[in-house]
Design a binder for this molecule. Structure first.
Ligand code: MSP
Length: 533
């Protein structure tokens, strides 16, 4: 996209019934990398995350713990969900809670509009409901268990727990009226839902026919009151989806809303239906633009199953960051898993990649190059003399990597972007080995050549620091300072990422400073008994 445009990206808002695990952190990190990339490209970027605090699931958890639901939500937000953002180094621009007045008031505005415009009617809902999913279920979403505690009962396929039968007076949204418009949207805007596997599933689902959606509950009161009938609260998903609009000014600040909206939504594929069917139908009914994109990423699997707290396969992000650090967490999940597909987590794989790619591949390269400038040139970056073929090959790799990475980010192909950037790491390692600057240093006649080699390697590191900053912000900040780039070029965050591939930005004469190990050796990596397969 051309620089300067609005890039508003969201994560799902997370249920506060429990603490975060690495599946939640995975979504956060992916959204943060995309946001940091666009911010560094000069786009008008906004990253929103937050918490989903209403509904039966939270109410029941609070009751089970003997506290009021709001008190429970406050506790989890302060002790777990906000600290998560620190743990994995998320630079969000806003954090919305659905219990905030700015959200509740705007939800009422939206609902009243749909009511006034004739999209809402009252009726009787009778059917199945899964409190785990907070979702009305059809028979084909369920299975009859034959063994175990729930033998003979219909259970939700996702939670493997019995569904409940609801029979209550509800308000309904005329979602069925939007079936054709939705199919048309998927057809005319093929990248509205991505990846292709999720898009196909959504199209198939909508083609089977859409029913109207119950959007209120009357059997409990933990939620936003329906403005014209206070004996109902808004259905939690209807309330939650609206966070993406209320957080950027819907119903309160039209100018702010117009500046940010529409959004790019990053969600797990399990909740793509809510985002790619219900949400655009709601927006169409309100006469608002639909989102730019809904991207449904895959699941982190542990022992072959979707990681989940309810199935006791959850791993806390801090278990990983305590040993490996937040940069390694961010790098590992986005590099090792094809974004959009499921991926298995293992401590062995994490540890092996940390050592081979981060510590040996990138970290050592940076330390060695900086140390040689220090040793052979008293820390003052030499000017390049005439470039030879090997130097030009480095320049070509840098230019291509930068262009390929930006194109991959545009498609949300984060792992491909990292792989493209890593061609620079590999090229530079091969270059330093082949050019043998330590041999050149012994021969005064090779002084000019040594200068060219060390300039080329340092300038390659400059490009790497800029391109990797969204992924490993802490390590690249250290590298930036060590290269003397902070003084010469200004803060790393202000380096235009789409210009990172242009050769020669780092000026000769910059003062290089010693670099501590970017990814220190880990003596005893965590093992399988720390909780994962
Ligand atoms: N509150 C709803 C979302 C409302 S958005 C308007 C919800 N919350 S959740 O706490 O259950 O979090 C769901 C999200 O967490 C998933 O969409 C996904 O982004 C992430 N993940 C939860 N488990 C996951 C894995 N095992 N693997 C990858 N992501 C996972 O649903």
């Amino acid at each position: 996209m051309p620089s300067g445009e609005s890039f508003y990206i969201t994560t799902p808002i997370f249920y506060v019934n429990d603490v975060p695990h690495i599946g939640h952190a995975y979504t956060e990190v992916a959204a943060d990398v995309l946001a940091r990339w666009h911010r560094q490209a000069g786009d008008d970027t906004w990253l929103l995350t937050g918490t989903d605090e209403h509904g039966q699931k939270i109410l029941r958890t609070a009751v089970a713990n003997g506290v009021e639901p709001k008190e429970w939500a406050d506790r989890l937000v302060d002790s777990a969900w906000k600290p998560l953002l620190e743990t994995i180094d998320i630079a969000n621009d806003d954090f919305i809670r659905t219990t905030e007045a700015r959200h509740e008031d705007a939800v009422a505005v939206f609902l009243q509009k749909l009511h006034d415009d004739g999209f809402i009617y009252s009726g009787e809902y009778e059917g199945y409901y899964c409190v785990g999913c907070e979702e009305y279920k059809q028979l084909d979403d369920l299975e009859l268990t034959e063994v175990g505690d729930y033998a003979g009962q219909l259970v939700c396929r996702i939670h493997s727990r019995p569904v409940e039968i609801l029979r209550e007076k509800n308000y309904f949204f005329k979602m069925s009226e939007f079936q054709d418009a939705l199919l048309d949207l998927y057809e005319t805007q093929p990248d509205f839902v991505q990846p292709e596997s999720v898009r196909n599933e959504i199209i198939q689902f909508v083609r089977q026919g859409l029913s109207d959606l119950s959007i209120s509950r009357s059997s409990f009161d933990w939620g936003i009151k329906v403005p014209w009938d206070e004996s109902h609260v808004v259905y939690v998903w209807f309330d939650a989806l609206l966070n993406y609009a209320t957080a950027v000014g819907y119903g309160a600040d039209d100018e702010r809303f117009a500046r940010r909206w529409p959004a790019y939504h990053l969600v797990g594929k399990d909740i793509a239906r809510f985002h790619a069917v219900i949400w655009p139908a709601m927006l169409m009914a309100a006469g608002l633009p639909v989102p730019h994109k809904v991207f449904g990423h895959g699941w982190l699997l542990v022992g072959g199953e979707k990681m989940s707290k309810s199935k006791l396969t959850g791993i806390a992000p801090q278990q990983i960051t305590d040993t490996f650090g937040s940069d390694a967490f961010r790098y590992y999940f986005l590099r090792a898993i094809t974004f959009g597909q499921d991926g298995s987590f293992s401590w062995e794989d994490l540890s092996a990649r940390y050592q081979a790619e981060l510590a040996n591949g990138f970290g050592n390269l940076a330390s060695r190059v900086v140390a040689m400038v220090d040793r052979y040139y008293d820390g003052v970056l030499p000017a390049p003399a005439e470039y030879a073929d090997a130097d030009l090959a480095v320049q070509a790799t840098v230019a291509k990597a930068a262009a390929d990475a930006d194109a991959a980010i545009e498609r949300f192909a984060i792992n491909e972007a990292i792989a493209a950037i890593w061609t620079i790491v590999d090229e530079l390692n091969g270059y330093v080995t082949a050019q043998e600057p330590w041999v050149l240093a012994k021969d005064e006649a090779q002084r000019a050549r040594l200068g060219t080699v060390l300039y080329t390697a340092s300038e390659g590191l400059r490009a790497l620091a800029v391109l990797l900053a969204p992924i490993v912000p802490k390590a690249t900040a250290k590298l930036w300072t060590a290269l003397g780039a902070e003084d010469a070029l200004g803060p790393l965050a202000e380096q235009r990422i789409r210009e990172a591939g242009a050769w020669g930005a780092l000026p000769a004469g910059s003062t290089v400073r010693a670099l501590e190990a970017l990814f220190p050796r880990i003596e005893e990596p965590a093992t399988a008994d720390s909780g994962a397969a």
